[in-house]
Design a binder for this molecule. Sequence first.
Ligand code: G6P
Ligand code: MG
Length: 220
Amino acid sequence: MIKAVIFDLDGVIVSTDEYHYLAWKQLADEKGYSFTRQDNERLRGVSRMESLELILRDASQRYSQAEKLAMAETKNVIYRQLLSKLQADAVLPGVLDCLVDLKARGVKVAIGSSSKNAAYILQAIGLDRTFDTVVDGTCITRSKPDPEVFSQAAQQLGMAPESCLVVEDAAAGIEAALAAGMAVLAVGTAADDPRAHLAVSNLSQITTESMLQLQLPSVA
Ligand code: G6P
Ligand code: MG
């Protein structure tokens, strides 16, 4: 029986993909590297520094750690400028009803995100007081696909992993949730990932009842 739902933030609660893309693209253009929307898809759920490593993977030039940190900071400054446009209407379809319904049923809700901008984003969309706990990129030492972010959220909620359902839009996030021993609902571009236990295009396409009825085969 599912007693808690842990939501990824970017791509699940709110659409920030385009802003991430535009910010990385500006940095890549300045440095003379190619960066496409398809490349951006591979960065879903991947931490800022690991995203930069992926972008620089084929670069002939070698950068020091200090230079890489400066590049990541440049990207973040651009991203934060773009995020300043973010408002409550950026919340993805079905999210608000889903949260209201889960809370009415006494289900705990959490955020499990790799982002260090999570608190800022939640405040911008008016959801900074909604979740029972928020575990984000500032709390963890290992990023998805490591299970740390979800294990920490479950621990803070006082829930066993098998009582938790993770909602994810990224392959790295699905892998992290499975490694944490949790059930997974895939949304958006992750909906065709065969490892997910449930999949929908967005949260307006599923009832909270069917989310809560989910049982992992190993613990059923
Ligand atoms: C989320 C996004 C990633 C992003 C990561 C870190 O997981 O899907 O694309 O790189 O957060 O975000 P941050 O806001 O800390 O740069
Ligand atoms: Mg995501």
